[in-house]
Design a protein around this ligand. Structure first.
Ligand code: CP
Length: 309
């Protein structure tokens, strides 16, 4: 297969396994490009991309912008907090105004689940979901699986535990879809109040005991408690959360095998993982960020190829 089965990247849920493999093979090529002294290719000189962010971001925003520039696309950056959204302009009006400036693709982060899907039905442009509320964060899941593949050789058959706030996490949902599609075994671990009741219907097992989860896994993907999405208290105190679901070096060192530690960022150091774990040789957190550029180059390049047809 040499093209994606989709015209937008709205979620991993809409991808086939062959789409993921195509994205990874394309990312392998771009990873080689961005390690050259001249880190740029002219592939998308005829494409204009708008990055529209209605929520804060460091990694995703900069990574998309860099990926677009490495592909020689023209780039517009839009921050909702400094825009006419503040004067009451709707999402569709905002995007249609941006598109009338001859923009081909929109990368959007939005607090509302389904915002990208809604947009894709109402505007004429290729839409890339850069995180929609607690729904999906597809490029994060792609770069996470790509990083597992790079570290362990394959994703199929690997045991991956996702630890923490599963309920509010778009990273968890996209990772579950991506890992299951590639044949990994997935468990989730966290406070009962932060594990959705439907989770087992996604082919995922629940393990409430962190030590048992870590003893089982090859990879632990540690999630941040998303305080900005918590309207009530889901656990007694942060200290008790850390005692039950935080990973520290002593716990890692007490395991019979060396596991891989991942985190999508931003990290709450000392809450879900201690600094000596985040900065240890078992952690691939910064490799994930590095791979994010190659993965986003691949996604944009493959979607742009469909626009050009
Ligand atoms: N992982 C991630 O989405 O980080 P940002 O919120 O900084 O983009």
């Amino acid at each position: 297969m040499s093209e994606l089965s989709v015209n937008h990247l709205l979620g991993i849920k809409y991808l086939k396994e062959s789409d993921i493999q195509l994205i990874f093979e394309t990312a392998d090529h771009f990873k080689e490009v961005i390690n050259r002294s001249i880190k740029k290719v002219p592939s998308l000189r005829d494409i204009t991309i708008a990055n529209i962010f209605f929520e804060n971001s460091t990694r995703t925003k900069l990574s998309f912008e860099l990926a677009e520039k490495r592909l020689s696309a023209d780039v517009l950056n839009f921050s909702a907090s400094q825009s006419s959204v503040k004067k009451g302009e709707t999402l569709i009006d905002t995007v249609n105004n941006i598109l009338s400036m001859k923009v081909d693709m929109v990368v959007m982060r939005h607090p509302n689940p389904g915002a990208g899907i809604f947009l894709s039905k109402h505007v004429k442009a290729s839409i890339v979901n850069a995180g929609d509320g607690a729904h999906e964060h597809p490029t994060q899941a792609l770069l996470d699986s790509y990083s597992i593949r790079e570290k362990l050789g394959d994703v199929a058959g690997k045991n991956v535990v996702i630890v923490g706030d599963i309920l509010h996490s778009r990273v968890a949902l996209s990772n579950i879809f991506a890992l299951k599609l590639q044949g990994a075994n997935v468990k989730v671990c966290g406070p009962k109040t932060l594990i959705p009741k439907y989770i087992e219907s996604l082919g995922v097992q629940v393990e409430m005991n962190l030590r048992k989860a870590l003893e089982w896994c090859d990879v632990a993907n540690m999630l941040r408690i998303q305080n900005e999405r918590l309207d009530i208290s889901y656990f007694p105190t942060t200290r008790e959360y850390t005692q039950q679901f935080g990973v520290n070096k002593a716990l890692l060192d007490s395991l019979a095998k060396e596991i891989v530690i991942m985190h999508p960022g931003p990290i709450n150091r000392g809450v879900e993982i201690t600094s000596d774990v985040a900065d240890s040789k078992q952690s691939i957190i910064l490799n994930q960020v590095e791979n994010g550029v190659a993965i986003r180059m691949a996604v944009i390049y493959l979607l742009a190829s469909k626009i050009k047809q």
